[in-house]
Write a protein of this length. Structure first.
Ligand code: FAD
Length: 459
């Protein structure tokens, strides 16, 4: 190993390598823990990534790519025998193409800097999520991140025009195009998007930028029937002409828990309703009030889908409504030990799933409780389960119970965060045997020695 590390140092220089106590001084992820890697490699260019991977490939040395360490499924966690390859020095925005509405950049740029740089140019990068300040664009691409505006703009996959990646043997595959259409053969960038660093290391990308929305309209609606939640989504989607960007649903227990919690939120609506829907539209209309948005909400009221509603009239009121939806710290503080689930299901099955899982949990462990919320516009549910007793057996049993209910409905055990190490046992619960076999074929073909992020995604 020391010989290999010396060869790597000759490529990346002393500033490109972290060893010994300095490795342990780094956290394994933003959630904590100690970095266990043998060493951390910090290349400064694609060329250096390529040369490092060639050396590791020849030595059959496992390499774990690392962006900002914000992933939630232990995808970027390295074992003591592995090398961590951090993209932290590859953090340059190379170009903002104003007319082409594209940004060319290196993979280590934090998501928030992408957003801010786009905004400075009068443009908009559409993907947004809580970890934006630390998560890198390379990590976001490798996990196909989602977040709050997927309903309108799609996931990270939909923002990537071009990509450069280094394969396990050091081969650089560059598809740095700036145009949307390219049907000349396989669209290879999709091999690397969402593959969690198991097929290649993303080094550069061309991101699609959008026109900056001129106004934002936000409301919170109370509903008492899940059928109405579905009808409301269909109505708003149709009435808002493609501008609906957020449709976040909170079940009564989530809303009540947050409102009663220590954060001191002023309740915008009474706590007696079954569901609370935070809706948002991003519009090109510069007017501070949006007649189409109001008309759509009025139509929902007239059709008696909605029991009560509040429309935000200022930026502060918008932020206050979102603060309720985003108050995860209250859950972490009051429900620990907890297990957060991030799953996808057909929209019409989600409420039934919540009722069913709660009944199964209560039957087995009466002390276990849960709250439900999520990006329902995307079919994405977050179920947070307070597991009571914090033992690995209990965690595994609760996982099994919840994912079994997902499997029965043909849902996905991972809506946003990937499989990593944490969800390994459950990949085959949401993919057919043929799908998993094809994934393994791809992995074996592109990384026959298994050096890229072994033990993640496919095990
Ligand atoms: C508070 C909070 C809120 C979050 N909200 C959301 C959300 O709404 N939606 C969502 O989708 N995610 C969310 N996440 C999860 C996380 O932020 C995303 O998955 C993010 O995209 C990971 O980026 P990262 O740079 O931190 O990657 P890391 O955590 O460093 O790595 C994630 C995975 O990608 C691989 N990887 C990293 N960089 C590269 C690269 N350059 N090339 C190849 N592989 C690489 C790693 O090996 C690992 O498997 C949230 C996380 C937190 C802490």
């Amino acid at each position: 190993m020391q010989e290999l590390i010396a060869e790597i140092e000759a490529v990346v220089g002393p500033q490109g390598l972290v060893q010994g106590d300095a490795v342990r001084a780094r956290p394994a992820t933003v959630q904590g823990g100690e970095c266990q890697a043998q060493a951390i490699i910090r290349p400064a260019s694609t060329e250096e990534v390529s040369r490092v991977l060639r050396l590791c490939h020849d030595a059959r040395q496992a390499v774990v790519p690392y962006g900002g360490g914000t992933g939630l499924v232990e995808g970027a966690v390295a074992a003591p025998t592995e090398l961590l390859l951090s993209l932290e020095r590859m953090n340059r925005i190379e170009e903002v193409d104003m007319l082409g509405r594209a940004m060319v950049l290196q993979a280590g740029v934090p998501v928030q800097r992408v957003q801010d740089t786009a905004e400075d140019a009068g443009l908009f990068f559409a993907v947004d999520f809580g970890a934006r300040g630390t998560a890198t664009i390379g990590g976001a691409i490798s996990t196909n991140a989602g977040g709050n505006r997927v309903l309108r703009y799609g996931m990270l996959r939909d923002q990537v025009l071009g990509l450069e990646a280094v394969m396990a043997d050091g081969t650089v595959v560059s598809s740095m195009q700036r145009f949307i259409k390219n049907n000349a053969g396989y669209d290879l960038k999709h091999l690397f998007i969402g593959s969690e660093g198991t097929l290649g290391i993303v080094t550069r990308a061309v991101l699609r930028l959008r026109p900056m929305p001129r106004s934002r309209h936000t409301a919170m609606l109370a509903l008492d029937d899940y059928q109405h939640v579905q009808e409301l989504l269909a109505l708003l989607d149709a009435e808002l002409g493609g501008t609906l960007s957020g449709f976040e649903v909170m079940w009564n227990d989530f809303y009540r828990f947050i409102i009663d919690g220590p954060s001191g939120h002023r309740p915008p609506l009474g706590v007696e309703h079954g569901y609370y829907v935070l809706v948002e539209c991003l519009s090109a209309d510069p007017a501070p009030t949006n007649s189409r948005f109001q008309a759509a909400l009025e139509a929902a009221m007239e059709q008696e889908l909605v029991s009560d509603a509040v429309i935000a009239e200022s930026r502060a009121q918008q932020d206050a409504l979102w603060a309720i939806r985003d108050d995860i710290p209250t859950l972490l503080q009051l429900m620990a030990p907890l297990l957060p689930f991030d799953i996808s299901l057909n929209l019409h099955e989600i409420d039934d799933f919540v009722v069913d899982v709660r009944a199964r949990l209560a039957q087995r462990w009466p002390e276990v409780s849960s709250v439900a919320f999520g990006h329902l516009g995307d079919g994405n549910l977050h179920l947070v389960v307070a597991i009571g007793q914090d033992t690995p057996e209990r965690r595994r049993q609760v996982d099994d119970l919840v994912y079994e209910a997902v499997r029965e409905r043909g849902g996905s055990v991972s809506a946003e965060h990937g499989i990593g190490k944490e969800k390994l046992p459950y990949l085959a619960w949401s993919r057919t045997a043929e799908e998993v076999a094809l994934m393994r074929t791809l992995k074996a073909c592109l990384d026959p020695k298994g050096v890229l992020n072994p033990g993640k995604l496919l095990g």
